[in-house]
Design a protein around this ligand. Structure first.
Ligand SMILES: Cc1cc2nc3c(=O)[nH]c(=O)nc-3n(C[C@H](O)[C@H](O)[C@H](O)COP(=O)(O)OP(=O)(O)OC[C@H]3O[C@@H](n4cnc5c(N)ncnc54)[C@H](O)[C@@H]3O)c2cc1C
Length: 257
């Protein structure tokens, strides 16, 4: 991986995670790591599609020290130019990438935002849909860190239960380290005619991540909390505003990815 030069990576395989989201695996030269320095950073994909050069950012979900391959979780849109292109790749086809990019990253109790760094004890994450990807890499990195100084909280919104990306892995991580990581799922469509707001038997809340939900499920505002937000722009704007109204510190305390 090079920050300015485009490098070609060979596509290996894809696996379906939800009705419209897949994990796409690309090969690295044998024994090599992808080369991102810290968790939370993304790269840019480039391809010539229909005669036009198209570039889009994507965030790997595999661990930084993973050798031999790198994984991306990508939601494929019916009319999505790049996501459809990635979905059409066959084993052995190549795709150009460069990076890292991104203003936010995390390593061992420190958040970096632009040129500034701050120690954190609580890392909270509020994600919607494929906005889980930067959170996943941060979560995996922090939970592998045996003397990690942070507690992690994830609020994850999706349309239906079937759309919850990587739920099995998130549940496994939470079960393995219950004092270090808590996850709460929200779905807007509970699937049942009688579904109202509230927590269902399977631990999924039917409802939106609004100000009341943030106040109830996040650790309280403090000087050593950082809340990461990642989803569609309207979701990001709503959550950002609600967090400010709840007095989470806007400076380094709320980071919209
Ligand atoms: C920093 C960053 C990291 C990202 N990382 C990831 C990642 O790891 N995985 C991932 O899946 N995506 C990620 N994205 C989003 C990704 O870059 C593309 O925007 C997305 O894949 C759509 O690109 P496309 O070319 O397929 O669709 P486009 O051709 O750009 O859009 C075509 C149509 O697709 C639909 N569409 C596209 N985006 C959205 C949306 N957000 N919500 C609703 N409908 C939409 C709309 O109908 C739109 O008209 C990231 C974005 C950013 C900014």
């Amino acid at each position: 991986m090079h920050s300015e030069e485009w490098r070609a990576f060979r596509f290996a395989a894809r696996k379906q995670l939800t009705p419209d989201t897949y994990i796409f695996r690309f090969l690295l030269p044998e024994g090599c790591v992808f080369g991102l320095p810290r968790a939370g950073l993304h790269v840019v994909f480039r391809a010539t599609i229909g005669g036009k050069v198209v570039e889009r950012p994507y965030t790997p979900v595999s661990l930084l020290h993973q050798r031999d391959h790198v994984d991306f979780v990508i939601k494929v849109y019916d009319r999505g130019v790049m996501s459809k292109h990635v979905d059409s790749l066959r084993a052995g086809d190549s795709l150009e990438m460069r990076g890292p990019r991104g203003a936010f990253s995390y390593e061992h109790g420190l958040t970096h935002v632009g040129k500034r760094s701050a120690p954190v004890k609580q890392l909270a994450m509020v994600a919607a849909g494929s906005g889980i990807t930067p959170m996943m890499q941060v979560l995996r990195t922090a939970l592998l860190d045996n003397d990690s100084p942070v507690e992690l909280t994830l609020l994850f919104a999706n349309r239906t239960r079937a759309d919850i990306i990587m739920r099995a892995e998130l549940d496994k991580l939470a079960a393995a380290k219950p004092t270090a990581f808590r996850v709460t799922y929200f779905v807007s469509d509970g699937g049942g005619a009688g579904d109202g707001e509230g927590k269902e038997d399977d631990g999924v809340i039917v409802g939106r991540i609004d100000q009341a939900a943030l106040a109830k499920h996040l650790p309280p505002p403090s000087t050593d909390i950082c809340v990461l937000v990642c989803g569609p722009s309207s979701f990001n704007d709503d959550v950002d505003l609600a967090l400010r109204r709840l007095y989470y510190p806007a400076d380094m305390g709320i980071v919209v990815l």
